[in-house]
Write a new protein. Structure first.
Length: 205
């Protein structure tokens, strides 16, 4: 049987096309990265200033892992102001350590809130790093917490002493001591410290 030149050419090309197409269509590809929502960027824990900035990021993202990663992995303590201690007499504040702090921040973030925060007043001068411990005295933090269910907002503004410690190669918050609630710069009465949030959403062992 006679075979035309065109048919012979097609017979020669067809196997090559099949191989090429198979390689394009059926060869394994790199899997798409799974969607994980909005990525939260934290600063390296190379200084107390970065750690405190990470706390602000954690609040605004309602990301508990960021809070946990920047509090001491060895020993953490929270000390409330006198007003908080009086308002929540049933809490054993002297026993408030890392487990209580982790429990609080998870309960708080899971309560359906939106948070805006400025964790350092503009007038505050950041102390220079020296040794393995740095204390920020009388830093003023300010945050507004909006209940997503009814859009009501509560503002917290207070002064605090924050002690940072170097553990291994990283800085962490070692001691958070709330001093007192502060009035907002635009005027108004004295606001509550974050001790009220801890008393509301936290628990002791």
């Amino acid at each position: 049987m006679n075979t035309s030149p065109a048919r012979l050419l097609l017979s020669a090309i067809l196997p090559t096309l099949v191989v090429l197409l198979s390689g394009c269509l059926f060869s394994p590809r790199e899997p798409e990265p799974p969607g994980s929502g909005e990525q939260i960027t934290y600063l390296p824990r190379s200084s107390p200033a970065n750690v405190w900035a990470n706390i602000e990021t954690s609040l605004e993202a309602a990301n508990a892992q960021g809070w946990e990663d920047n509090t001491s992995q060895v020993e953490f303590q929270y000390v409330p102001d006198d007003g908080t201690r009086s308002a929540f007499p049933g809490i054993a504040w002297d026993l408030w350590r890392r487990p209580e702090e982790v429990n609080f921040i998870n309960n708080f973030y899971n309560s359906g809130v939106t948070i805006t925060a400025q964790m350092r007043n503009d007038e505050f001068t950041v102390p220079e790093n020296s040794g393995t411990e740095v204390i920020w005295e009388d830093v003023i933090y300010d945050l507004s917490v909006t209940n997503n269910a009814d859009s009501s907002t509560t503002r917290y503004r207070a002064s605090a002493d924050i002690t940072f410690r170097l553990e291994g190669n990283f800085w962490y918050i070692y001691l958070w001591r709330d001093l007192q609630g502060e009035s907002p710069p635009e005027g108004g009465g004295q606001l509550s410290t974050m001790g009220v949030l801890r008393g509301t959403f936290g628990s002791t062992r």
